[in-house]
Design a protein around this ligand. Structure first.
Ligand code: DX5
Ligand code: ZN
Length: 228
């Protein structure tokens, strides 16, 4: 089966039991953990900093962690998140003054680079820097909160990015974030995404093993459909 990666967003986990909750979704078959950082400036909400990331690493969370920075400014916190154990550091181009400099800084600290595009942010931001990215994150909601509805305009955007990547024979990961659920994940995969951030769609379910198993089955359907 072609590779689809599940990235539960711990934004919807029970923060009082964060280590345990994170380990549970890993044991249920997740590929990476999505770690949402909000600063009450770039987005109107406040979440987790590097100390919490470090605590998760100390708790033996050892899958890749995708740190989604919804903060402005960006650069000053990159060293701290890298040292705390980030695998990917994903930032929004509007939140930094010098996009290329931020990319170089993330690489300098040994992390993979992701660029996050909001629903109304142009794909033109990919020009000139595409080959420097490891991951493109398309926001399918406006950033700031979990449990919002998936914006259908994302389907077209996913298609467009998938075409760009195919034209460059690129293996850059294409991640989608916001409103991804069991009910729409097959369509999202069919549109070109291969990394799926899921917050409330997993953590609000009473049985993580069961919901992750069902999500994998839906992805298998999408894969079968794409080869026919
Ligand atoms: C929203 C965050 C998302 C959020 C997704 O700003 O970037 O990662 O946790 O949550 P759901 O899956 O509930 O939409
Ligand atoms: Zn996110």
């Amino acid at each position: 089966m072609k590779n689809f990666f599940l990235a539960p967003s711990i934004l919807s986990a029970d923060f009082a039991r964060l280590g345990e909750e994170t380990q549970k979704v890993i044991d249920a078959g997740s590929d990476l953990i999505h770690f949402d950082v909000m600063d009450n400036h770039y987005v109107p909400n406040l979440t987790m900093g590097p100390m919490i990331l470090e605590s998760l690493r100390n708790y033996n969370i050892n899958v890749p962690i995708d740190v989604h920075l919804m903060i402005n400014p960006v650069d000053n916190l990159i060293p701290q998140f890298a040292k705390a154990g980030a695998t990917f550091i994903t930032f929004h181009p509007e939140a930094t003054l010098h996009i290329e400099r931020t990319i170089s800084l993330i690489k300098e600290y040994g992390c993979k680079v992701g660029l996050a595009l909001n629903p109304a942010t142009s794909l033109n931001f990919l020009d000139y820097i595409l080959e420097k990215l490891d991951l493109i994150l398309l926001m399918s909601v406006n950033p700031g909160f979990g449990n919002q509805s998936f914006l259908p305009s994302t389907f077209k955007k996913l298609n467009q990015v998938r075409k760009i990547l195919d034209a460059h024979c690129s293996d850059i990961l294409l991640e989608v974030d916001g409103g991804v659920k069991l009910e729409n994940i097959a369509e999202i995969a069919f549109s070109g995404a291969n990394v799926f951030v899921i917050g409330s769609g997993i953590f609000k379910h009473p049985n993580y093993d069961l919901i992750i198993k069902k999500i994998r089955q839906e992805l298998q359907h999408a894969h079968t459909r794409s080869i026919h």
